[in-house]
Design a protein around this ligand. Sequence first.
Ligand SMILES: Nc1nc2c(c(=O)[nH]1)N[C@@H](CN(C=O)c1ccc(C(=O)N[C@@H](CCC(=O)O)C(=O)O)cc1)CN2
Length: 284
Amino acid sequence: MTAQILDGKATAAAIKSELTARVEALKAKGVQPGLGTLLVGDDPGSRWYVNGKHRDCAQVGIASIQRELPETATQEEIEAVVRELNEDPACTGYIVQLPLPKGIDANRVLELMDPAKDADGLHPMSLGRLVLGIDGPLPCTPYGIVQLLRRHDVEIKGAHVVVVGRGITIGRPMPLVLTRKSENATVTQCHTGTRDLSAHLKQADIIVAAAGVPHIIKPEDVKPGAAVLDVGVSRDEAGKIVGDVHPGVAEVAGWVAPNPGGVGPMTRAQLLVNVVEAAERAAG
Ligand SMILES: Nc1nc2c(c(=O)[nH]1)N[C@@H](CN(C=O)c1ccc(C(=O)N[C@@H](CCC(=O)O)C(=O)O)cc1)CN2
């Protein structure tokens, strides 16, 4: 292993410690930030992520509002909880854990959320703001990745970033974040329709692998010294995470964000940042 580690756990811990002071300042003004979550169904991974989000809240002084519905919940039942969270003054920001069960129209659910309470940066209004360059909550994983690179002094400005995947939480919004003036990267987005993935990867200074295909990023496709962030989550028979990045990549890359321990903790930290910033905006 020659690559240096982009340590998401340590970086997220530093961000949480910075946030504790900001939450204290809000409380001194009489504002108590509160994160709501809506979990639908019994997926163990989703439950683990949601529980982790509430553990983080407790660490920094953010209140928790947890809502759960069974796998069999209807569109109407889910939307009723969304309306309730929109109205709840204790809930200053919230998320609907994705994915939602099959048959549920996730876009309709997201559209129904109060954009002022969007803690995930995935509401159509927040994504529209991102496109237009207006301040607002940023999607947690993409901005968590930017923070992880910055805090390890990996140059983003002018870098050629290859994003693999086009899912709603990472692949689709990642280029929007990276091509802002403040980041100024050049981005190539690859997906299942890309003809020669290997040729694109070989050009990359930074690779964001979010395809959900085990070991799709191979050592021979990585430019020596590149930064490679593994965001893909597949599971083996024992339930252990298998990422998108082949372990041999660590012999070629300059930096790797491992999985687990890289981008995941940053996603959670950025969620807390969004909750605190929304409460700060509301407090003027
Ligand atoms: N509403 C949302 N749904 C989903 C999002 C999201 O940002 N908003 N992203 C993912 C899941 N996710 C957050 O919800 C998430 C993924 C991973 C981690 C994390 O800390 N992972 C650990 C390993 C966990 C394990 O062992 O299983 C790590 O990488 O170290 C946190 C949050 C999809 N849904």
